[in-house]
Write a protein that binds this ligand. Structure first.
Ligand code: ATP
Ligand code: ATP
Ligand code: CA
Length: 222
């Protein structure tokens, strides 16, 4: 039985999503306790993470035996097996961990996890799909959905905002977006866009706001 520590992270389900999460955490020095019902998944991560156990995460007794109740952060990375995901989530909620994330593969799945009391529900397939749609359309080179109604997009300044101080443009009133940061062409770092900054057409910018507004702004003059 592994001795779980408070700094550890438990990853329930070592499929593609949970597996890459566990690997990335371990590579950054985090003690990862991985659980999967499938022996092949467990052996794949045995040498990569601190503890990899073959167990059914819907069994509360087993979860306690593995010390999952002593870990402050747990990620439920079971997707397509809806029943297993929901049962595991309900058991894990009973353990009282401070931070719980759960992956959902559909809108109803996400809703049920929310109803159970999971505050951090992630929908990687949905989010990646949305993100890719914006990348494919052309003017946005990176897109981070923060919420349904708030995103951060990487793009270039419309011609009409270039060459004059940001504060003189009234972007918030006119377009309802905020330029958060900028990077000069060939530059190596991002700077916070304060009111005095002058953007050039070949800069890159990060724009925050409602997705439709951000998209409309990114398409101006293009
Ligand atoms: P991914 O896309 O990340 O591969 P998926 O959405 O296709 O995930 P599943 O295959 O359902 O998801 O689950 C991911 C992992 O969770 C699998 O390795 C699976 O064996 C494991 N898993 C499923 N049910 C349980 C369970 N009851 N206890 C522990 N692990 C489980
Ligand atoms: P996701 O996680 O995005 O739901 P998945 O990895 O679980 O995807 P599938 O369910 O296998 O993937 O496939 C996604 C979609 O692709 C399904 O709607 C399926 O009907 C469709 N699809 C699968 N095979 C083909 C094919 N050969 N030609 C066209 N469509 C296909
Ligand atoms: Ca999947």
């Amino acid at each position: 039985t592994p001795l779980a520590k408070d700094g550890a992270v438990a990853v329930i389900g070592l499929g593609r999503f949970g597996g890459s999460l566990a690997r990335e955490l371990a590579e950054h020095g985090v003690e990862v306790i991985g659980v999967d019902i499938d022996e092949a998944a467990v052996s794949e991560y045995a040498d990569i993470i601190a503890y990899a156990s073959r167990a059914d995460a819907t069994d509360e007794v087993v979860l306690r035996q593995l010390g999952i109740d002593e870990v402050s952060r747990v990620v439920i990375a079971i997707g397509s097996d809806l029943q297993a995901s929901i049962l595991a989530a309900s058991r894990i909620l009973k353990l009282g961990n401070r931070h719980i994330w759960a992956k959902a593969i559909s809108e109803p799945h996400a809703e049920i996890l929310h109803q159970l009391g999971i505050t951090n529900v992630i929908s990687p397939e949905n989010d990646m799909g949305r993100r890719l749609a914006h990348l494919i359309r052309g003017h946005i080179s990176d897109f981070l959905p923060i919420d349904e109604d708030f995103v951060l997009a990487r793009t270039t300044p419309p011609v009409r905002v270039a060459d004059v101080p940001l504060a003189s443009l009234g972007l918030r009133g006119r377009y309802d977006v905020t330029i958060v940061a900028f990077k000069r062409r060939g530059g190596s770092h991002w700077d916070i866009a304060d009111r005095d900054v002058i953007l050039y057409a070949d800069d890159e910018i990060l724009v925050a706001g409602n997705p439709k507004k951000v998209e409309a702004f990114s398409e101006l003059d293009k």
